[in-house]
Design a protein around this ligand. Structure first.
Ligand code: GLY
Length: 426
């Protein structure tokens, strides 16, 4: 069977890797893919948001499955378009993807459904938004309503920072149309964790928990990024937290969507803040997390295709998914300067040696092939992911592999999973 994976990041390399290793040995295509996915199958030239080009390729090549990785094509309706042509697609339809495509929509659903989340208001007028911020005080969170490639969220420590973020979005056009409306939310205290759930329209199966490290620099300082590393499982997600997430988050959200005639099929990512054992939703994403996926899929024991088929066919069950006991860690290596401006085209050395480290996979993100040479081609370049008998073992393997790899201006955080390591030391 031919499988097409849409996207080009670390998440898509991890998905393609898991699918390529399925016991049914499918033929893998990625569009546009990266240097890592090229080693698993065939990279196509269509960008991830080239809906017409990808549809045409599917019509000509008849894949048995299309897995859509990133949010942008999902929010544009790629799943609807391909399903209308009769293809089997993993990824929510456009209406369901609005949970990520519009922060206001997500908040409205959560409020109506009674999902635990922070108080919020939505504004298009900068004066009214700034007045609201002055009433609520800081810290406070300003979010561009639409998709802003991971850059639309400001956690403002002061009301001045919040007002600057409001003016950037509503007056300065910092996020284009995505920032024509802002959602202003109360800041939530606690510790973050990520839960991914597979959903077949009715049944919900939670995947292994993880925690990602979003800030660029060690000690969680510096600007927000797409994610500098992650680990799984996250012990802050206890059985009792999981039960609450299943009922209070997924159960209530899906019931509210259903009331509005929206069916969710695919993966739904809940970014959570957990305080005193109570989870609150920070954000929903309509796709797998990156780099959480790298950690979660390396712990997935056995084939993933039965669960993907279960989602599409509406007969998903817990038994389709087993987890390895091992712990996983993903350390992201970036191009120097990321998340600001950075160079591309630097040669990456020693990938084979890093991949040879015990229980380690080097997932590619921003990489490309230049002739036979693998070069940097994005801000997040690689996600080195290791399994270990425990977290320290996984960390030790991942960092040995990271230190083996070299390219000009390579950067990474040395403290991924530091909160869990502190807990272990207590
Ligand atoms: N790691 C955060 C995200 O995927 O949005």
């Amino acid at each position: 069977m031919k499988i097409l994976v849409v996207g080009s990041g670390g998440r898509e390399h991890a998905l393609a890797w898991k699918l390529a290793n399925d016991s049914t040995k499918p033929e893998i295509f990625c569009t546009p893919g990266n240097a890592g996915t090229a080693a698993l199958g065939t990279n196509l030239s269509h960008g991830a948001t080239d809906l017409d080009g990808i549809k045409q390729w599917c019509i000509e090549n008849q894949p048995g499955l299309v897995v859509i990785g990133p949010e942008a094509p999902l929010c544009m309706g790629m799943a609807d378009q391909l399903e209308a042509e009769g293809f089997r697609v993993f990824g929510p339809n456009r209406a369901a993807a609005e949970l990520e495509g519009s922060k206001q929509f997500a908040k409205e659903i959560m409020k109506a459904a009674g999902v635990p989340t922070s108080a919020y208001e939505t504004f298009t007028d900068p004066g009214a938004a700034c007045e609201y911020v002055r009433q609520r005080g800081a810290p406070i969170v300003i979010k561009a309503d639409g998709l802003a490639a991971g850059k639309g969220v400001t956690v403002a420590e002061t009301t001045e920072q919040a007002e600057a973020a409001i003016r950037d979005a509503l007056e300065g056009n910092a996020f284009g149309d995505a920032g024509n409306r802002v959602v202003i939310e109360d800041f939530l205290e606690g510790e973050e964790a990520s839960i991914l759930a597979l959903i077949d329209g009715e049944n919900v199966v939670l995947l292994a928990s993880s925690q990602d490290y979003k800030r660029a620099y060690e000690h969680d300082e510096g600007p927000n990024t797409g994610g500098m590393g992650a680990y799984s499982p996250a012990s802050i997600v206890t059985e009792s937290v999981l039960e609450k997430v299943k009922t209070e988050v997924y159960g209530r959200t899906l019931a509210e969507l259903k009331k509005r005639g929206i069916t969710y099929k695919g993966v739904l990512y809940a970014g959570l803040m957990i305080k005193d054992g109570q989870p609150s939703v920070v954000e929903f994403n309509c796709r797998f997390g990156d780099p959480e996926t790298q950690c979660v899929l390396t712990r997935w024991d056995g084939d993933m295709l039965p669960a993907i088929n279960g989602v599409i066919d509406g007969n998903l069950s817990e038994e389709m998914i087993q987890w390895k006991d091992e712990h996983s860690v993903c350390v992201v290596m970036t191009a120097g300067g990321y998340p600001g401006s950075y160079a591309k085209g630097n040669t990456i050395e020693n990938l084979d040696q890093a991949n040879a480290v015990d229980n380690t996979v080097v997932f590619h993100a921003g990489t490309a092939l230049d002739g036979g040479t693998t070069v940097t081609a994005g801000g997040r370049v690689l996600g080195i992911t290791s399994l270990g008998t425990d977290l320290p073992d996984a960390l030790s393997k991942a960092y040995i592999a990271v230190e083996t790899i070299s390219y000009k201006d390579a950067f990474y955080r040395n403290d991924i999973a530091h909160r869990e390591m502190k807990r272990l030391a207590e």
